[in-house]
Design a protein around this ligand. Sequence first.
Ligand code: XBP
Ligand code: MG
Length: 256
Amino acid sequence: MSTPARTAPLEAVIFDVDGTLVETERDGHRLAFNQAFAVHDLPYQWSEEEYGRLLATTGGHRRLAGYLESRGHDPAAAADLAAAVHRTKTALFVEWVRAGVGLTARPGAHRLIDGLRHAGVTVAVATTGRSAWVLPLLERLFGLGAFAVIVTGDDVERLKPDPQAYQLALDRLHLAPVAALAVEDSPPGLEAARAAGLGCVVVVSEYNRHHSFSGALAVVDSYDGCRGEEGRVHDGPGLTADSLLALHSAASSDAG
Ligand code: XBP
Ligand code: MG
């Protein structure tokens, strides 16, 4: 007698923020880091290209500390200086977010979130960014009421690719990983979601076009489902509540 497949309904989708809901990095965080360097009289400015490499380290504070060490600051001094520069960067970025400067939701993100909520699927956030800017940004672009749970870098000790942010989101949602999916844009984000036991759909962001994202349930270049350079993107209407429900159902049957 064959064992019936173990299927679980999709109850929640947990979104990353940076790169996933909003393209914040190149023309947002990077510029705030550069302005903070100037405020602290430091002779550094991150180009678009260099910042792309630095994104391998998640967390603005850790990114700064590693960079300062690489520029010859001793580790203890680098940590203190990174904390000070990061405070300035965060304050600047919060100001920009509150002023509504240049940051918009990725095309199709609203449509997907509305569709999920309409389908009765809970929407949540798990990011390693700081709550000081994450909350006003989500409030301005989506309304905080769209999200049942928001986990930020202030809520966890270990940032992505560690799974802690996703595990905390699942705890707060009172869900097992099998009942949820993650939506991510980057290799550390995918790794974090998978390490938490979640299936993960990748909506590739501008800094991550050349990664392969093995282990993702699906990889799309945009919420609207444009075809990717390597033809690894499905055709059709893009990511919808229905397509996420179908991906989740196929994945949980495979696991059963
Ligand atoms: C985002 C990050 C963050 C942002 C900057 O990664 O690593 O550090 O770059 O924000 P993910 P902070 O999208 O995987 O969550 O300066 O607030 O850290
Ligand atoms: Mg991201």
